[in-house]
Ligand binder design. Structure first.
Ligand code: SF4
Length: 332
């Protein structure tokens, strides 16, 4: 799968830092501490391309989505859409445009649709609100077209249904239909297939692939499944404890992982074609470590078999191992 990059990114994150203040363990008088959920995260998104973000639970993947959706304002760095600062729009029109053009697909299709509204109503609202469609015939034709695009057929019958009458996969397709009706350019898909049966995951991924290639949508695909990341995306970021540890072309990163954490992730994914299982066992604890603004060294050091004293003292620099592919490790 070749990258379809253009020179101008449609969405960009630069040096994003996100700190949260949390209660220390030990009761309400123990005070608070600052945890760093994201540290210096940067990426670019291009039309017609998917960027996968992989990592285990708690590594900051969903925090990234919430910052893009303006749920959180980043502690440092900035995100831009079409060159405009996402957290500091100059006008209401810019903000409204952002709300229209940047959308999310959620993990849970069971709660992302309003149970009181039929699919027809759910699709008609954005068409009326964002595109001013009032004419009944025009609306019907557009809804039927969207239903067919997302594979909910026969459209005339399926659009009359309510969410409880659809399967999990059909609900996710209906929600993707809503994103299409709104007319989003940039889509943050937060584990969109993880709650679906394995047999219907591929159908949803293929639908998103179609949107990417035919409609030039740009996806940020968040997942812990490196196999689907490779199937659906052109580029990948491996996130560990809020740090980008390896990033670049998805095929190169998956075939020849350079960072010990990427190697660990890939060795845990079942792959019948892999001729050699990467034998990288973890040492110490397997939970993700808590990172604070004062922490130093490599965040993966407590779990890394290659760690040396240097790794506990010095944050590794990003090294370009191939054109456009970077790894942060002191001992490549
Ligand atoms: Fe392991 Fe050190 Fe590389 Fe971190 S910098 S991944 S601890 S070898």
């Amino acid at each position: 799968m070749t990258a379809v990059t253009t020179a101008t990114p449609i969405f960009e994150a630069k040096n994003i830092v996100m700190d949260f203040t949390v209660q220390k363990s030990g009761g309400m008088f123990a005070g608070t501490k600052t945890l760093r959920a994201l540290n210096d995260v940067s990426f670019q998104m291009f039309p017609g391309e998917s960027l996968a973000v992989v990592g285990e639970s708690g590594c900051g993947k969903s925090t990234l989505c919430r910052i893009a959706m303006r749920v959180h304002e980043p502690t440092g760095g900035r995100m831009t859409y079409a060159g405009k600062d996402v957290h500091n729009f100059a006008s209401k029109q810019d903000y409204r445009n952002y709300r229209e053009k940047v959308q999310m697909i959620f993990q849970d299709p069971f709660s992302s649709l309003n149970p009181l509204h039929s699919i027809e109503y759910t699709l008609s609202r954005p068409l009326k609100l964002y595109h001013g469609m009032k004419n009944k015939q025009e609306l019907d034709a557009k809804i039927n077209e969207i239903m067919e695009t997302v594979g909910l057929i026969p459209a005339v019958e399926q659009k009359k249904k309510y969410p409880h009458q659809l399967s999990g996969g059909q609900k996710q397709r209906a929600f993707i239909g809503k994103v299409l009706a709104i007319g989003a350019d940039v889509i943050f898909a937060d584990e969109p297939t993880s709650m679906l049966d394995v047999s219907i995951r591929l159908g949803v991924l293929n639908l998103m692939n179609k949107m990417k290639f035919e409609n030039k949508k740009s996806f940020l695909y968040i997942t812990h499944d490196i196999a689907t990341a490779r199937y659906f995306s052109e580029r990948i970021i491996v996130l560990y404890c809020g740090h980008m540890v390896e990033w670049g072309d998805v095929n190169k990163v998956v075939k020849e992982p350079a960072h010990p954490y990427t190697q660990l992730l890939i060795s845990a994914a079942p792959d019948p074609e892999r001729d050699r299982l990467v034998e990288l066992k973890e040492k110490g604890r397997s939970e993700i470590q808590q990172w604070t603004p004062e922490s130093k060294g490599c965040p993966f050091a407590p779990r890394c078999l290659r760690a040396t004293q240097l790794c506990y003292e010095q944050m590794p620099e990003a090294v370009e191992v191939d054109p456009g592919r970077f790894v942060r490790c002191n001992h490549l």
